[in-house]
Design a protein around this ligand. Structure first.
Ligand SMILES: [Fe+2]
Length: 333
């Protein structure tokens, strides 16, 4: 299974950086790089050489709280627009909106979120065209979520390439209580496999049970069973503090990241963290995170050319132009 993931996602392990260097997000040319580059082959195989990293490499944000007025993210339309402008300034071309669904904290209902998403697109009135939008959710791994996963999975707000059997996006964003090792992870992974869903573990860098050698081994096992690891891109540059930064970089250096997301709630800290993170990633030659993110969608969609595409606020009913190298993920069902 591990080799299969390697092949599908094109992941390339890199050597760990020196601890002292790893906390330097900006470097002068004559300083030792924080992330040690892999040796450049004399005649690189162009088929396996990733394109230079830019913000646009990510193309879309897969985790944020931009949908206004539904959780602890953007409070209103203006704040949501501020977030979108920041994404566009950093080169993103679209965003999958992932409001919290968390019992007793954010008791959001999927159908209500779908209606709010439709109103949001209408309210934007094409303002950010051709930036694209889609709706999913960030589910807390709690009892109501598991009940839904077993009893009414058709309700779930998913994203990503459309699965042929379920006819819906095959990725499901799930968060956990940071300090508690989830006892029912095996059940989660098994049920997701039954449903042809790939569980995307949200901001893994903040979980106590995912740090250190033992934590990484857990993460490896979960990935081998179908889970995908999402890391907040700002965590790489201390948006959430030094401890989380080190955890994010350790996951990165150990080849354990499948997807980056902004998890943007507002623009304050993200405004400086995003450019800083992209500068760091641009200097890092492995690109395995973004390359994996690209491959996740492109590989699956290549066999499903009729899948739905993300929506533009300007042309909500129209199909955007096809990208020869990349397809937008399927919309929620
Ligand atoms: Fe989040």
């Amino acid at each position: 299974m591990k080799s299969l993931f390697k092949r599908l996602f094109g992941l390339t392990p890199i050597e760990p950086a020196h601890e002292e260097q790893a906390v330097q997000p900006q470097r002068e040319e004559d300083e030792a790089p924080a992330m040690q580059p892999k040796p450049v082959p004399a005649e690189p195989d162009t088929a396996d050489t990733p394109e230079p990293f830019t913000a646009r490499t990510l193309r879309y944000d897969v985790h944020n709280h931009i949908l206004p007025g539904v959780d602890d993210g953007a409070a209103d339309l203006d704040r949501a627009c501020d977030c979108i402008e920041l994404l566009i300034e950093n080169g993103y071309e679209g965003a999958i909106l992932t409001p919290h669904i968390y019992a007793h904290h954010f008791d959001n209902d999927e159908n209500d979120l779908r209606e709010r998403f439709d109103r949001f697109i209408n309210d934007l009135a094409g303002r950010f065209d051709p930036f694209k939008f889609d709706l999913a959710a960030e589910y807390m791994m709690d009892g109501p979520f598991l009940d839904k996963l077993y009893d009414s999975p058709e309700q779930l707000l998913t994203f990503g390439p459309r699965d042929a059997r379920s006819n819906r996006g095959d990725m499901l964003l799930i968060e956990f209580v940071p300090a508690i090792l989830p006892a029912n992870m095996d059940d989660l992974l098994q049920r997701c496999a039954e449903l042809s869903l790939r569980p995307v573990l949200a901001h893994v860098e903040r979980y106590d049970f995912a740090v250190g050698q033992a934590g990484h081994e857990r993460v490896r096992q979960w990935r081998a069973l179908g889970a995908l690891v999402q890391v907040n891109i700002g965590a790489l540059v201390s948006q959430y503090g030094r401890t989380v930064e080190q955890a994010a970089r350790d996951l990165w250096l150990n080849d354990l990241i499948d997807l980056f997301g902004t998890d943007m709630h507002r623009t304050d800290r993200a405004a400086s963290a995003l450019p800083e993170a992209f500068a760091l990633l641009t200097d890092e030659p492995s690109h395995f995170g973004p390359k994996a993110q690209h491959s996740l969608f492109a590989q699956k969609n290549s066999s499903q050319p009729t899948g739905h595409r993300m929506r533009s606020s300007a042309q909500p009913e129209a199909e955007p132009e096809l990208d020869e190298d990349f397809d937008w993920p399927a919309g929620p069902t």
